[in-house]
Design a protein around this ligand. Structure first.
Ligand code: UD1
Length: 366
């Protein structure tokens, strides 16, 4: 029996692990001798940042929740490492599978490799080259001790090869986040806000902001929101607010009749809104991928991206973090001159199947 330990900690991990777990369950039903242990580090703990994703995406109850939430980056990393080290010693695995770029990803990869357990990294190889982003540090550390890389793009393959990773460690499989999106698209659910403020298709904008560079400094956040309000004509702005952003927004006390802040939405509700929006304004990485696949214009309020394919092929544009950059992009949107986007290679809903097929190969070889 091959045992795989799967790590999930924060909101953007959950949609990435769901299809992998389902593909492992199928492989098991078909007689392959494989089992998994799901470890939730507890980095995100609210129902609307974690629990609702488990329910909607049919992710089984984690085998353990390490309850390592809060604290500074060092405290969170250390707490997760201490707790996961004990868990992995108690439940040895043939392979630890981590996804994405959050603190839990890096902390658990470190623990696994130090206990001589092979590490697989789903979404390996992407780089923003911006070392001020905690996620970039997490990617660099994780990839430097990963054995098997499951990649989303040719750019990721190139980055890995350039950093000395051997070709036979790289599996170009596509994007598990898109597996979930395509599977769940028929199940998207209208959120309450739709009725409450009378939204209709293509006549509102969705925005999300949570990156430290945008939300940890009051003037930056205020200037951005003001600029967005000024150049979005009469469209309602629906803003599901991340807990990190909520703390600052409270102090800023911004209000405008077209700005509708709501608590973080569930996966099915959030993507219902994105699918029908005129555009999304965000500083998230994952949302640029989802918007691209749904062909919804996406304005990214960052100076760089680790996902260049969402710009080259998708509907994403890099606006930057200077609030003054926003207007020309919004003008282009309202002039209906936004690019339409095209298919992105292997983002086809079958990535998790390819991952599990590759895992069968590497596990059998020992
Ligand atoms: C983390 C990830 C980021 C990801 C984001 C998505 C890292 C370094 N960053 O950032 O890559 O895009 O998640 O959400 O791992 N909080 C709550 N309830 C929760 C979760 C968090 O109130 O369920 C609070 C925390 O207590 C903390 C703040 O939100 O005060 C930030 O949480 P944290 O997990 O440190 O990082 P995120 O900013 O969410």
């Amino acid at each position: 029996m091959y045992n795989i330990t799967i790590i999930a900690g924060a909101r953007p991990n959950f949609m990435k692990i769901a299809p992998i777990i389902h593909a492992i369950q199928n492989a098991k039903d078909e007689g392959f001798s494989i089992d998994f242990r799901l470890v939730h580090t507890g980095q995100h703990y609210d129902k609307n940042m974690s629990g609702s994703f488990f329910e909607q995406l049919e992710i089984p109850e984690p085998h353990v929740n390490l309850e390592c939430s809060g604290g500074t980056h060092a405290q969170q990393t250390a707490n997760i490492m201490v707790a996961f080290e004990q868990d992995l010693m108690d439940h040895p695995a043939d392979l630890v599978l981590v996804v994405g770029d959050v603190t839990s990803t890096m902390a658990c990869a470190l623990v696994a490799q130090k206990l001589h357990t092979k590490v697989a990294h789903v979404e390996g190889g992407i780089r923003s080259d911006d070392w001020t982003m905690p996620e970039e540090i997490n990617r660099l550390v994780t990839d430097s001790i990963t054995n098997y890389f499951f990649t989303t793009s040719e750019t990721a393959n190139k980055n890995l090869k350039q950093s000395g990773v051997h070709e036979n460690q790289i599996f170009f499989v596509g994007n598990t986040m898109i597996d979930t999106l395509l599977k769940q698209r028929p199940n998207f659910m209208q959120p309450a806000i739709w009725f409450e403020i009378g939204l209709s298709k293509r006549s509102y904008i969705v925005m999300t902001l949570h990156r430290p560079a945008n939300v940890d400094e009051e003037t930056q956040l205020k200037d951005m929101i003001d600029e967005i309000i000024s150049h979005t004509q009469d469209l309602p702005l629906v803003f599901p607010v991340h807990p990190r952003t909520a703390k600052i927004l409270e102090r800023l006390n911004i209000s405008h009749p077209r700005l509708h802040t709501v608590a973080p939405l569930s996966y099915l509700e959030f993507n219902y809104l994105v699918e029908r929006a005129k555009a999304v304004i965000t500083d998230s990485g994952g949302i640029t991928e989802e918007a691209s696949v749904m062909r919804v214009p996406c304005l990214t309020l960052r100076d760089n991206t680790e996902r260049p394919e969402t710009i080259d092929l998708g509907t994403n544009e890099l606006v930057g973090t200077n609030p003054k950059n926003i207007q020309p992009f919004l003008d282009k949107l309202f002039a209906n001159q936004w690019k339409k986007g095209q298919d992105i290679p292997l983002w086809d809903g079958k990535t998790a199947l390819r991952i599990v097929d590759s895992l069968k190969g590497v596990l059998s070889k020992g």
